[in-house]
Design a protein around this ligand. Structure first.
Ligand code: ZN
Length: 251
């Protein structure tokens, strides 16, 4: 099995994406899959789409990517305003109008799920790849997890909640700290939330991603110049200041 990095929920945070790509290089990873939400909330949607197109072997559609492409549905006011601003940015011919068209084509053609070699990759959940959240507290809803575990072969990697960790079928949830950032892969089915590159919400403000290896997964946390991103958000009226503040807190 190739050593594969799984990144998700970049949310137009260029500083965190660059830091994660650098960490991935240093870890000797061969390829990168992106599990969606390249854009939304953050100040650099165009740059992040371009970097993901260049560096990721496969990419899945996230709900914010879809919101930027079509009519946003089910978003709160702050998120919706950010989506309209994001769409506006993507409609500017940064580079050339050909590059702009290629960005839209790339986003518009993203698949909702990828399944290969017994592994399912989605943004939200195996049941509703785009929109369903699977939170740590869902272990107290065993019926929901039982259903989700029945919908993939061996492993499922997902994002969407911005809360990284491992779900087992028992069901249990382990945060990255619970398992010292490493979890062995055996016969047991697992659902792994890879966390968020650009807007972590588990109380740790560092960017998060996962490396999939032959016999284990590893969670990586990466420092990045968060104040720089926050300053950019403060300077854009359409992006609510709270979107910057939450980056500092990691929730
Ligand atoms: Zn997201």
């Amino acid at each position: 099995m190739v050593k594969r990095a799984l990144i998700s929920d970049i949310h137009a945070n260029l500083e965190s994406l660059e830091a994660v790509l650098e960490d991935i290089r240093q870890q000797g990873v061969e390829e990168i899959y992106c599990l969606g939400d390249i854009v939304g909330y953050g100040p650099n949607p165009v740059e992040c789409v371009d970097l993901v197109r260049r560096h990721c072997r496969k990419t899945i559609m996230g709900n914010h990517d879809q919101g930027a492409l079509f009519d946003p549905e089910g978003f709160n006011a702050v998120a919706e305003q950010a989506i309209f601003w994001t769409r506006d940015q993507l409609e500017r011919p940064v580079g050339s109008s050909q590059q702009m068209a290629e960005r839209w084509d790339f986003l518009g053609e993203l698949p909702l799920r990828i399944e290969e070699d017994g592994v399912l990759y989605v943004h939200g959940s195996p049941r509703n790849p785009l929109n369903e959240y699977v939170f740590p507290d869902d272990i107290y809803n065993p019926k929901k997890l039982e259903r989700l575990f029945s919908l993939f072969p061996r492993l499922c990697f997902h994002g969407h909640t911005h809360v990284p960790g491992v779900f087992t079928p028992r069901p249990e949830f382990f945060s990255p700290e619970d398992v010292e950032y490493e979890f062995p892969l055996g016969q047991e089915k697992l659902m792994v939330n890879v966390g968020s590159v650009g807007q972590p919400r588990d109380g740790d403000a560092r960017a998060c991603y996962v490396i999939l290896e032959e016999d284990r997964i590893r969670f990586r946390r990466v420092e990045y110049p968060v104040e720089k991103t926050i300053e950019k958000i403060y300077a854009i009226p359409e992006l609510d200041n709270s979107l910057g503040d939450r980056l500092r807190l990691g929730h």
